[in-house]
Write a protein that binds this ligand. Structure first.
Ligand SMILES: O=c1ccn([C@@H]2O[C@H](COP(=O)(O)O)[C@@H](O)[C@H]2O)c(=O)[nH]1
Length: 270
């Protein structure tokens, strides 16, 4: 099934636009869980089991695995989701980007080694660096457009041909790179004004929206700025806000409650 179809079904099945980011930080694991790489899969599995019916996607961030030489735990986590909750898409957040021959290997890493349904990539090396990913027509390719961080504007707001670079990226992706209808954009929850502009440029293209939760993005503003006419179009990610809602014995319940709270708040404004 194509990524965008899988996403649409997940939005509908769980009536949720929430994506849980799987960013396992050994120093923040719940009390009683050993701070060692072997705990990562157990922690992720517990969070996934507790939230699979209230999310539309999971987003493991590769750095939280490779930093601990825990690639095996990343593989196990993705396989666990695909086996037990096959309706929930997995987005590998790795933000790769390189010359075509190397990008080809990164595409194999994301889509064949890790079996991700979608991957984040950096578009700033141009079309040939994105093409190896885009050629996997059933997978999603999520390109950085206006990121959630404080310094997002340093480069993304530079004026190119009379418009900010992030608008050029949005236009380029929507009108030239999206031949297989498998492109999405990263648009930070922290920039609702820019999000509204991007929505105007790209029509119904889905956005991966990091920055709700720990980064403080305003949910009402982001949903109003980014939703599509049918009240979808957004994959709203929260990582730390969910994973570390509590580090006590109630961490599972606290994580689930956090997701439900975010889901219900988003749904209020769809
Ligand atoms: O613009 C971006 C792109 C990616 N991210 C990633 O999303 C999560 C956010 O984590 P929180 O704990 O919910 O803040 C993290 O994996 C980032 O690498 C982003 O924040 N902004």
């Amino acid at each position: 099934m194509r990524f965008n179809d899988k996403l649409r079904l997940a939005w509908k099945k769980n009536n949720s636009l929430v994506c849980v980011g799987l960013d396992p930080d050994l120093s923040r694991l719940p009390a009683g869980m050993a701070q060692q790489r072997e705990s990562i899969f157990e922690f992720n599995k517990t969070i996934i089991d507790a939230t699979h019916d209230v999310v539309c996607a999971y987003k493991p961030q590769i750095a939280y695995f490779s930093a601990y030489s825990a690639e095996e735990q990343l593989e196990q986590t993705i396989q666990y989701i695909k086996t037990h909750y096959p309706d929930i898409p997995v987005i590998l957040d790795s933000k790769r980007g390189d010359i075509g021959s190397t990008a080809q290997k990164y595409a194999v890493e994301a889509f064949e080694r890790y079996q991700a349904d979608a991957v984040t990539i950096n578009p700033y090396m141009g079309f040939d660096s994105a093409e190896p990913f885009l050629n996997y027509q059933d997978r999603g390719v999520i390109l950085l457009c206006r990121t959630s961080n404080r310094g997002a504007g340093d480069i993304q707001d530079l004026i190119v041909d009379g418009v900010p670079l992030y608008e050029r990226v949005a236009d380029l992706v929507a009108n030239q790179w999206n031949k297989h209808n498998n492109c999405l954009l990263v648009v930070g929850a922290t920039w609702p004004e820019q999000m509204a502009k991007i929505r105007n440029i790209v029509g119904d293209m889905p956005f991966l929206v990091p920055g709700a939760g720990a980064q403080g993005g305003d949910v009402e503003q982001l949903v109003k700025a980014g939703k599509t006419a049918d009240g979808t179009g957004l994959i709203v990610n929260s990582s730390r806000g969910v994973l570390y809602a509590s580090n006590g014995p109630d961490f599972v319940e606290a994580a689930r409650n956090e997701v439900i709270k975010l889901r219900d708040l988003i749904n209020q404004f769809r």
